[in-house]
Design a protein around this ligand. Structure first.
Ligand code: ADP
Ligand code: MG
Length: 151
């Protein structure tokens, strides 16, 4: 357990603004896991991350059939957006070049549905949990120093 920071947002824009703020603390090679039910706001948060990191947020949407999407952000770096929902397990990660992505010094990686690939996650991740509290209310908890209990 590390430093937990909880924020309650009341609409999509507040979640995006939270992600923009959070993006300031990020550095290349950080891995961010995003847990929560369908519609909890994970993709919305990634949109804010992309904006905060200097990328084009309109490129970010729920990847229905794509497992990995790549957005160019400031300083020619990349935000890698993975939706592991359709991955059957760690074995399939090879098909998206997982090892190369993890060791890429120019990439920040954000993963939706990280439990699908729990055993392949690095020890140090920033774990974000989204709770669907009400129609437009989301409780978002950021664990900045998550290790060990990954997913
Ligand atoms: P997920 O990726 O977790 O499945 P999305 O980000 O794709 O979820 O969708 C979240 C949905 O919830 C969007 O339709 C968004 O407009 C809506 N929404 C309502 N309130 C919020 C909020 N406070 N934060 C984020 N999204 C919200
Ligand atoms: Mg999503």
């Amino acid at each position: 357990m590390g430093a937990l920071v909880n924020t309650v947002t009341h609409n999509e824009q507040e979640t995006i603004d939270l992600a923009i703020q959070f993006a300031r603390s990020l550095e290349p090679m950080h891995v961010i896991t995003l847990k929560g039910d369908l519609g909890a706001g994970k993709t919305c948060f990634v949109r804010g991350l992309c904006e905060g990191l200097g990328g084009d947020p309109t490129q970010v949407n729920s990847p229905t059939f794509t497992i990995v999407q790549e957005y160019i952000i400031a300083n020619n770096k990349r935000l890698i957006h993975i939706d592991a929902y359709r991955l059957l397990g760690e074995d399939e990660l090879e098909t998206i070049g997982w090892d190369e992505l993890l060791s890429d010094r120019d990439s920040i990686i954000a993963i939706e549905w990280p439990t699908r690939i729990a055993n392949a996650l690095p020890n140090e991740v920033i774990a974000i949990t989204f709770d669907h509290v009400g129609l437009h209310t989301r409780s978002i908890t950021i664990d900045q120093s998550s290790s060990g209990d990954k997913a």
